[in-house]
Design a protein around this ligand. Structure first.
Ligand SMILES: [Cu+2]
Length: 149
C-alpha cells in the first residue's frame, strides 16, 4: 500500500498536528529507503517542569517501530533498542543520524522521497499524537550530522 495523500488534505490537517501543549516536535522526517527498515528523526522539546518519556511509536508504514540508540562496542557503533527516551524538564532531545532515532521495522513498502507517512508518538502520561511525516533525505536544518545510521 502506498500512501498517496493529496496535498490539500495534509494542509487541512496541519493546524491539528505537530504541537502538543507540553511537548513540541520539530524537524520530524523519515529518510527514504529501499531496505526493510526506515529511520525517523526529530527534535523533542519538553516545555514542562517534569520529566516526560517517549515510550513508543507506531506507523501504518511498517510492522512496528523501535526506539534505537547507538552504543559503542570496541571501535564499532551498533544500534540498540531501548524502552524509552527521557526528555528532561525544559530540555530538547535530538533524534539524529548516528544517535537516537526511531526505527521503522519491516516496512510494508519502500519509503519514497516526497511521500508522507503517519507516525504516532506515545508519551507516558501525555497520550499519543499522530504526525504527518515527510519522507526526505535531510531535515529542515535542525540536524547537522549527515553520516549514515
Ligand atoms: Cu536503528
Amino acid at each position: 500500500m502506498k500512501l498517496f495523500i493529496p496535498k490539500f488534505f495534509v494542509f487541512l490537517l496541519l493546524p491539528f498536528l505537530g504541537i502538543a501543549q507540553d511537548i513540541s516536535v520539530s524537524g520530524f522526517y523519515v529518510r527514504p529507503t529501499k531496505g526493510n527498515n526506515g529511520a525517523a528523526f526529530m527534535m523533542l522539546t519538553n516545555h514542562t517542569e517534569r520529566h516526560i518519556k517517549l515510550i513508543g511509536a507506531k506507523t501504518d508504514a511498517s510492522a512496528h517501530v523501535e526506539i534505537h540508540t547507538h552504543i559503542k562496542e570496541g571501535d564499532i557503533y551498533r544500534m540498540r533498542s531501548i524502552p524509552y527516551i527521557v526528555i528532561n524538564p525544559g530540555s530538547t532531545v535530538v533524534l539524529e543520524s548516528g544517535g537516537l532515532h526511531l526505527m521503522l521495522m519491516d516496512l510494508k513498502n519502500p519509503l519514497e522521497e516526497g511521500t508522507v507517512v503517519n507516525i504516532t508518538l506515545d508519551f507516558e502520561g501525555q497520550g499519543a499524537e499522530t504526525f504527518s511525516v515527510p519522507v526526505k533525505k535531510k531535515s529542515c536544518g535542525c540536524c547537522k550530522k549527515s553520516k549514515e545510521v
